[in-house]
Ligand binder design. Structure first.
Ligand SMILES: [Zn+2]
Ligand SMILES: [Zn+2]
Length: 180
């Protein structure tokens, strides 16, 4: 089965027989640059039609992948495992004008398609990118780099801050003295 070309007609014809896709995808196939993926992308997805609505195809399942991200605080690279739960409704684009608002539910995302085929690879790619944090951090309380000497404060504490605060403390003292 070509994941780039999933026949919509075929799924629609058999709404009671979900199409199960379990596969390991080579990250190079996904062209997810500049994101670095470690190993393959494991997908376990189910595509099915909805009873009584032949303009909708539902996609659910899991995507498992590990990416290498750069910590925005300390600039170190770290592995970031992702376990993405997918729950999407693909709605045929022609139907939007007629209003598909009623389909929107909090736990579902509606996506729109046009044409004969569904590009599942593109969808997997988007799901991964959507789940990458905007400001990745190697750990929740990463201390980052010292803005003065550049030392990784997770490894060792430097004394730049003490020195930086020195003159201000001195000034405060002087002001206090004057006030007294
Ligand atoms: Zn960090
Ligand atoms: Zn420092």
């Amino acid at each position: 089965m070509d994941l780039r070309k999933i026949s919509i007609e075929e799924i629609k014809k058999k709404p009671f027989f979900p199409k199960r896709i379990s596969r390991e995808i080579n990250s190079e196939v996904l062209k997810i640059d500049p994101l670095k993926i470690i190993g393959s992308i494991k997908v376990s997805l189910i595509l099915k039609g909805l009873k009584g609505r032949d303009d909708i195809i539902n996609l659910s399942g899991k995507i498992k992948v590990t990416a290498t991200l750069e910590c925005t605080r300390c600039l170190k690279y770290f592995n970031y495992p992702l376990n993405i739960m997918v729950s999407n409704n693909f709605v045929e684009e022609g139907e939007i004008a007629e209003g598909c608002v009623e389909l929107k539910r909090d736990n579902l995302t509606n996506l729109y398609f046009r044409g004969e085929y569904l590009d599942l690879l593109e969808n997997i790619r988007e799901e991964i990118l959507l789940n990458i944090p905007d400001y990745p951090m190697c750990q929740e309380d990463c201390l980052g780099l010292c803005s003065i000497c550049g030392m990784d404060l997770n490894d060792k504490a430097c004394h730049c801050k003490d020195k930086k605060e020195g003159p201000f403390r001195m000034l405060k003292k002087l002001i206090n003295q004057e006030e007294n």
